[in-house]
Design a protein around this ligand. Structure first.
Ligand code: SF4
Length: 319
């Protein structure tokens, strides 16, 4: 057996092949893991991509709600992760009772961000991603919409749609990676790279979005440079995204914001990924009654955004 002290990316790829696993990784994983991934993308891109794969065994590298989303959309497939409790504090900030209480209080539809617990998706009316949140809310026949857990995404959507978007759970719903980036960090980078354009994720607060040339999801950030004359971009999202952008646009410069690191995403490494394949664990299990309701909220999103280009994307094959 391979010694753990000397696990290489090649060892993982070889073992995955032997055991029949396809490796699917989120854009925010460490560079070494991005490099061994068969597919790299954002959470919904990957969950939908997996439905098109023949492979019945998936090794997923990301955080728990994303792995569950893959399982929800692919109930017949075996999905394993290296660290079961690699979780997302923002997703965990919104509970089932928060959603039910808000719906009763405001009597309005609840749009839940894909970065949420599976059981929370199961009680919401429709799911949205950061790429389609604006389109989903525009398509809903109501001027008042409840949205959670990310208060910054809710304020971005309110700004773009002119609707009243009430954030649930409110002030406590945010991604710490995006919420705590400061104007000073960004303006210093802008001074250092005066020709650079700033691309920011909608999970950033309004003051950061206002400094930016472009606000969009990671999948939209992948496309933006193709239509821009800029050669340099300050990327205001998790630092892992830089690797993918460099791969797509090798002739451009992508500048990370060094403080923007998601420690939850970095719990996966070469050793625990190898071990996961060796022992074929931890397996993701989602009770079918919850999966069925969560699927319904996801399907509602697809129905509302059916003809939207963004939602027809699949993960980029990085092999
Ligand atoms: S980057 Fe933010 S939203 Fe994504 S997993 Fe980390 S804490 Fe959660």
């Amino acid at each position: 057996m391979q010694k753990f002290s000397s696990i290489t990316p090649q060892d993982i790829k070889k073992l995955a092949q032997e055991k029949g696993y396809t490796i699917v990784a989120h854009n925010y994983q460490i560079k070494e893991l991005q490099e061994i991934a068969d597919y790299l993308g954002d959470s919904l891109q990957l969950a939908r991509l997996v439905t098109k794969l023949d492979s019945q065994k998936i090794l997923f590298l990301g955080v728990d709600f994303m792995a569950e989303m893959i399982k929800v959309l692919n109930p017949e497939k075996k999905v394993i992760v290296p660290v079961r409790y690699s979780t997302c504090p923002m997703a965990n900030s919104l509970s089932v009772s928060d959603v039910l209480n808000a719906k009763e209080k405001y009597n309005a539809p609840f749009v839940v961000y894909v970065n949420s617990r599976t059981e929370v998706k199961a009680v919401a009316d429709v799911v949205c991603t950061s790429a389609n949140a604006v389109d989903v809310v525009k398509a809903i026949d109501s001027d008042i919409v409840l949205m959670g857990p990310d208060k910054n995404l809710a304020s971005f959507v309110a700004e773009k749609t002119g609707k009243k978007v009430i954030p649930i759970p409110g002030e406590n719903g945010y991604c710490y990676v995006h919420n705590y980036v400061t104007e000073e960090e960004i303006t210093q980078l802008m001074k250092k790279y005066p020709q650079a354009e700033v691309m920011a994720h909608p999970e950033t607060p309004e003051n950061i979005r206002k400094l930016s040339h472009f606000v969009g999801s990671t999948s939209q950030m992948e496309k933006y440079p193709a239509n821009s004359n800029a050669k340099e971009f300050i990327v205001v999202t998790e630092v892992g995204m830089i690797e993918k952008l460099k791969k797509i646009y090798p002739d451009r410069l992508f500048i990370p914001v060094p403080s923007m690191v998601c420690y939850n995403m970095k719990k996966n490494n070469l050793k625990n990924t190898y071990l996961a394949l060796l022992e074929e664990r931890e397996e993701i299990v989602v009770p079918e009654e919850i999966a069925k309701k969560a699927r319904k909220a996801i399907e509602k999103m697809l129905e509302l955004t059916e003809n939207r280009k963004n939602e027809k994307e699949v993960g980029i094959n990085v092999r």
